[in-house]
Ligand binder design. Sequence first.
Ligand SMILES: Nc1ncnc2c1ncn2[C@@H]1O[C@H](COP(=O)(O)OP(=O)(O)O)[C@@H](O)[C@H]1O
Ligand SMILES: CC(=O)OP(=O)(O)O
Ligand SMILES: [Mg+2]
Length: 366
Amino acid sequence: MTLAFVVNSGSSSIKWELLDAASGSREAGGIVERIGEGGVDHAAAMRSILDELGDVHPDVIGHRVVHGGALFAAATLVDDAVLESIEELSALAPLHNPANVAGIRAAREAFPGVPNVAVFDTAFHANMPPAAYTYAIDSTVAADHGVRRYGFHGTSYQYVSARAADVLGRPLDDLRLIVLHLGNGASVCAIKGGVSIDTSMGLTPLEGLVMGSRSGDVDAGILFHLGRAGFTLPELDTLLNRRSGMLGLAGHTDMRDVLAGVTAGDASSQLAFVVYVHRLRHYIGAYLAELGGADAIVFTAGVGENAAPVRAAALAGFEWAGIHLSEERNATRGTTVISTDVSPVAALVIPTNEELEIARQAAALL
Ligand SMILES: Nc1ncnc2c1ncn2[C@@H]1O[C@H](COP(=O)(O)OP(=O)(O)O)[C@@H](O)[C@H]1O
Ligand SMILES: CC(=O)OP(=O)(O)O
Ligand SMILES: [Mg+2]
């Protein structure tokens, strides 16, 4: 048994678990939400988690670190130099990396001598081809400032793609998968033989899909237009990262509220829903082209695992590509295979487990 303490620190929450990395058996766990509201910061949240944890002796501590930049292509044992690099990458992920650094500092202090491992969201995408990760801007400016596409949610993609191969009973090496990680932050990944060949998030976790409060893809010209109208840089950052997406369109970040609004006939919720789905379909089509067809389309994370109407709308009319959804299976909670028996492309719902994947990768470095 390898007892792992896992800290999954997001922009506004910390999920934690104490588990056996070998068996996956969970000893304790919890979540602190709404960090940043009411004076609670990530350091205070970590102190309350450590209090709740009490007198335990983990063999290893695994941390989700969102941005590893071009420096980290795999999970890494944390020393002072690594911690400093993660801190320097905060410029590329200001909502996430400072929280990850605070979590690592608190864990080192609470458990002296226990190894800490950083597991990066970006690592899974480290082998994307240049055609997918290069922005067509002045190459000197891009090189000087680390401006390229990195991609995120990689720990989730790694876990879910391996599970998809289990479900399909085929080796991951042979599979073309389109995985949609639809949480509060959301992205999609084209995975060929277990390798990410493209993903919708870019330099930061802002690009791509419509999210709870993030816009996803927009014309960069919008920034100049609003800048000339007097918006400051921090205001533009807040606008696109915190006041856009479903919140900006419908007044709710939570898909449950948007779906309730759709049912109640609320016009702004209906618009938010069709914009959200339109973007999903855009990427499914693009990744079908990039992969040369798919063996499975996989839904995961809060929205992907729970919102049947989103899955149905995302895959409607894709029969031409061999995707045949079973309405009945899709509507039945807890069903893994939601395509029909004759569908050439499988549609799957696979709950993600970033904590278990982090525990395994952390334990593997001991
Ligand atoms: N039953 C449900 N129906 C629709 N959406 C849901 C349901 N349960 C959760 N969600 C959505 O999942 C989101 C959270 O997903 P999660 O993967 O936990 O996100 P994150 O890790 O980014 O916080 C919520 O914002 C909510 O919109
Ligand atoms: C990278 C990212 O968007 O993370 P989250 O979904 O936890 O906000
Ligand atoms: Mg998440």
